[in-house]
Design a protein around this ligand. Structure first.
Ligand code: FE2
Ligand code: FE2
Length: 195
């Protein structure tokens, strides 16, 4: 296959998609595109948090570096969920040639704030997929994406709580390093989702 093929090309002029899902319950073309785009966005989220972990490590915040490493793992898990769901529905997942996301800021507070914004955008993206699934009557996608709808609440709260603590800490370096250590302890083991 042409490695530079875009999702749009694949969905509109390429036969792969139709060939693959010919024998399964079809999935609406615009919903397919949203799922493909989200699969790629989750991979971008993975890269964003990985880059943030590098920034934190270089600045000496080893606890925050561990936290962002775990976040990156979570995002890779979401990326995998989307790619596996597409395959289950008979659709070939297509990776896009996206640019590495830019990390704005170098302090734990700036990164937590950027993380919260990214998670809020992701919530909107997930809700939009759920709405599209409802609009086209795709019960399977509605059911499948519920897990991520619930998980986004947790994702936003994690960053909001972190931001609240960092605002309280302000410019107190000793308190910030203590919090970094606490975050490091919490990030030592893979998180278990409440949902
Ligand atoms: Fe995600
Ligand atoms: Fe996330």
């Amino acid at each position: 296959m042409d490695r530079n093929i875009t999702v749009d090309q694949l969905l509109t002029e390429d036969a792969h998609v139709r060939e693959l899902n010919e024998d399964q319950t079809p999935i609406d073309a615009s919903l397919q595109k949203m799922l493909q785009d989200q699969m790629n966005r989750e991979l971008a989220n993975h890269q964003l948090y990985k880059q943030m972990s590098f920034v934190m490590e270089q600045k000496g915040f080893f606890g925050f570096a561990g936290f962002y490493k775990l976040q990156a793992m979570d995002e890779n898990g979401h990326h995998r969920m989307f790619s596996e769901y597409l395959l289950d529905r008979g659709i070939l997942p297509v990776l896009s040639n996206q640019a590495a996301p830019k990390v704005e800021g170098t302090t734990p507070k700036e990164l937590a704030s950027a993380g919260l914004e990214r998670e809020k955008e992701t919530t909107k993206e997930i809700w939009a997929i759920r709405k599209k699934a409802d609009d086209v009557g795709d019960a399977a996608t509605h059911h499948w994406i519920q897990r991520l709808v619930a998980e986004q609440i947790e994702e936003e709260k994690t960053f909001q709580d972190m931001l609240t603590r960092l605002e309280l800490i302000g410019n107190d370096t000793a308190a910030l390093l203590e919090y970094d250590e606490e975050i490091g302890e919490d990030s030592r083991y893979p998180k278990i989702s409440k949902y």
